[in-house]
Design a protein around this ligand. Sequence first.
Ligand code: 2P0
Length: 333
Amino acid sequence: MSLTRSDVAARVLADCVPEPVDAFEAFAPVNIALCKYWGKRNALLNLPVNDSLSVSLAKKGSTTKVCWLPEQAEDEVILNGDAVDRDSSFYKKVVAHADLFRSLVPGALRVETVNSVATGAGLASSASGFAALTRALAGVYGLPLNDEQLSILARMGSGSASRSVYEGFVRWHKGVRADGMDSLARPLSEIWPDLRVGVLTLTSEVKKTGSREGMQRTVDSAILYGAWPEQAERDIARIEHAIAVRDFTLLGATSEQNALAMHATMLASWPPLLYWQPESVAVLQKVWQLRADGLQVYATMDAGPNVKLLFEAGSEADVRLAFPDIDVVVPFG
Ligand code: 2P0
């Protein structure tokens, strides 16, 4: 019989003796993958096909406060100050995540989340949201969990949330176990103070296909996806090496090629999956022209039309000149 999410949560929480408090607040950053997560070997537990590597965006992220209300009948979920409808998928996902802990401590909760990233900014708030929620739940129940245990639990909310448990560079190890107890993220020790991530919000239109559905479609229908695990394995080794020796050209080039390869597998799906808009293509072509003119700037894209640029502090003025609307983040600020 296949394992449920509750089975895995019970394994993580096995030795914990809860000491609940009234309320606990936690923060987690959003992250941008330099080597992407695309495809699952187990969709229920969010176990990935490949390792991925990201950089967290410092103060951009989610702050989540969880209050334990044992006298109250139903959970309340509040997002950016507004109560979330109990029939919405967002509410159900939050409650389902809280339920992973609730066998230890019954009772209703109020979950209040504030995202410092505007919706539609092209930065996935599900990663920071589930990481912050996991930390806040562990805090409110007084569970002495370490970051690796938090990463496993956050991953079951949203795969990329496993990486948002940490600051800086983070590698999510895919693991091989059926229960996913070895599918967790760990931080890299290196820092890169000159690294910059520029976010270009090109359109705030809501995407038609979420990444959960999109990655499943790719796995199920794209023959090209067969090459993806090999691409990811090669790229993650190159990116780790680039970080270790501070080789920005290698970091940028590998990250850009990895993102484009991921998007190529999506396009080879059926029905085809293309998150790009004409504006995305225009930005990519501009980046390629800037590089041809000698500027060290690279692009990466996730499951949406917006583009993120990678560059170093010394190129910031030129990048800003080329893209006046860019939002520049200092990951190691
Ligand atoms: C990533 N993405 O590595 C990749 C690149 C999007 C493109 O992780 O189904 O929201 O919750 O595990 O984590 C987005 O996928 O998907 C994502 P689920 P998730 O950042």
